[in-house]
Design a protein around this ligand. Structure first.
Ligand SMILES: [Zn+2]
Length: 255
């Protein structure tokens, strides 16, 4: 009796890592589909399925990419590999950049290509911080990003003046240029990211390209919490930090 129970436990333990891995991949893809209900209809083990009938491969068969390779050539599953620490504010570990791996084909299909004017056709105007700043900004309407930013704006507007000062004037939304260190389009290329007040900002590259990056931040926790509640990740949670930067990535915030 005892022996057979022990044997069963051993069998369970032997199977556990493989099962956990399989569930993790399925769970990650489930999250991705749930995060973009307007665009995605489902997935199987190999493909992401779009509502227009398009299928895209989940991975590219290259499992042993370096950090730099993942920044330049992320597959859809690579994009989900690093988990984003909601609500935790410890300085990020080496190369912990959850959200910086982006599959360009995926986001181009989602938001359009800014070089052809497709992103620009989906821009809508919202008023950023009507009570404190009140200027018009243009953001994508796709995935409800504009509506969510309006909600973020209304909540930041209710913070103490000393806190909300970090949220205006904004440094920009749409920028049709690749990221300096990756050569790939950032979420600004899709008008789904916003940079807040440059004067409260810290950026890893400003310290120079040294061997290690020392973390700095002046963005108030309260502003970060508001963005995260509405589906935006913060660049201050990256080892290669960019503390004025927020981008719409609900797949990384889902629990
Ligand atoms: Zn930015």
């Amino acid at each position: 009796m005892i022996a057979s129970r022990a044997a069963r436990i051993l069998v369970v333990l032997a199977l556990a890592p493989a099962l956990a891995k399989a569930q993790t991949r399925t769970e990650l893809l489930d999250r991705l589909v749930r995060a973009y209900p307007e665009a995605l209809s489902g997935h199987d083990d190999k493909r992401i399925l779009w509502r227009d009938g398009t299928a895209m491969p989940v991975d590219d068969g290259v499992d042993d990419k370096s950090f730099d390779q993942r920044l330049r050539d992320a597959s859809i599953i690579d994009q989900l590999r690093l988990s984003y620490p909601v609500g935790v504010s410890a300085p990020p570990a080496l190369n912990a950049d959850p959200g910086r791996f982006r599959n360009e084909a995926f986001f181009k299909k989602m938001y359009g290509d800014c070089r052809s004017g497709a992103v620009q056709r989906n821009l809508v105007t919202i008023i950023w911080l009507p009570r404190s700043w009140g200027r018009a900004i243009q953001v994508t309407r796709i995935n409800g990003v504009a509506d969510r930013l309006k909600e973020v704006s209304a909540e930041i507007d209710k913070l103490d003046p000393a806190l909300r000062a970090a949220a205006f004037p904004i440094a920009g939304v749409l920028s049709c240029r690749p990221v300096a260190d990756t050569g790939r389009m950032s979420m600004h290329g899709y008008a789904a990211a916003i940079d807040l007040n440059l004067r409260y900002s810290d950026y890893w590259l400003w310290a120079g390209r040294g061997k290690s990056v020392s973390y700095k931040n002046r963005m108030p926790r309260e502003i970060v919490d508001i963005f995260e509640r509405h589906g935006f990740i913060w660049g201050g949670k990256w080892y290669h930090y960019d503390t004025m930067h927020f981008e719409y990535r609900p797949e990384l915030l889902a629990r």
